[in-house]
Design a protein. Structure first.
Length: 262
């Protein structure tokens, strides 16, 4: 399984790093070039021909930083891509896209355009806890604790699997699944705020390094490779320092354009 990091931050920002501008982009991961997990940077980080290769988008929840690439992706496929993109998520997310985004007010309804019989987007509803086949991957959505209905995903290919937390606060079910999954090779977990912003994390249902450490221990596998995403760009360095202080062996803070092989 090849995972390409298109975006891994909690907001878009151009940052100065070693005297050079670096673009931080919102959450989006591309698996095997055809399946996106969340869609924050889905259009802004890919060339047109790469966007045309996308067949499925797994959405963890409806917050803007996880869906913001969908309208541009739709525009970029009109008239040049023959197969629709399948938007895959739980019913609450799919209903929210139609009600709040592709509603002819915020944006045209690309679940009907350019032709209701051949739209840019089609949808597939997933039941929490049920495994599904998506482009040769086995995908199971698992409920997590966030401000809106949200899931993470266990994504399996062959004898290897990846756990993606999505945005979450303290939660249990997803870590029970991780602890009991023999094929698990890596975990991607959000950590948005430094410890000094614990109250902000509590109100917005996100993790801090200290909270992340408690959640990660629930897996019971301290040597598991773990990748951190969704940090707010302005506090990335502080979050990183606090994460390193936890002493977790195989911990990596993700950055844009990184590739992971599992």
């Amino acid at each position: 399984m090849k995972i390409r990091v298109l975006g891994c931050h909690g907001s878009d920002q151009v940052c100065d790093e070693n005297g050079r501008p670096v673009q931080r982009r919102t959450s989006c991961f591309l698996i095997n070039d055809t399946v996106a997990v969340d869609a924050g940077a889905l259009a802004s980080s890919l060339r047109l021909e790469e966007q045309h290769g996308i067949r499925h988008v797994l959405l963890s929840h409806l917050h803007f930083d996880h869906i913001q690439g969908l309208p541009s992706l739709a525009d970029n496929r009109v008239g040049v891509a023959h197969e629709p993109v399948e938007i895959v998520s739980i019913p609450e997310v799919l209903d929210g896209l139609r009600t709040h985004i592709f509603n002819w007010k915020v944006y045209p309804n690309f679940f009907e355009l350019p032709d209701p019989k051949r739209p840019v987007f089609i949808s597939r509803s997933l039941a929490v806890g049920k495994e599904n086949e998506v482009a040769g991957l086995r995908v199971t959505p698992i409920r997590v604790n966030h401000q809106v209905p949200a899931v993470g995903f266990l994504i399996r290919e062959g004898h290897s699997s990846l756990l993606y937390s999505g945005d979450t606060y303290e939660t249990d079910e997803i870590w029970k699944v991780a602890a009991n999954e023999p094929t698990l090779k890596a975990v991607i977990i959000e950590t948005s705020f430094p410890d000094e912003m614990t109250e902000m994390a509590r109100i917005s249902y996100h993790l801090t390094p200290s909270l992340f450490g408690k959640e990660f221990r629930k897996i019971g596998r301290p040597d598991m490779p773990v990748y951190i995403f969704a940090m707010k760009p302005r506090v990335r360095q502080q979050v990183g320092q606090e994460l390193m202080a936890l002493g977790i062996t195989h911990l990596t803070m993700l950055h844009e354009n990184q590739e992971i092989l599992i």
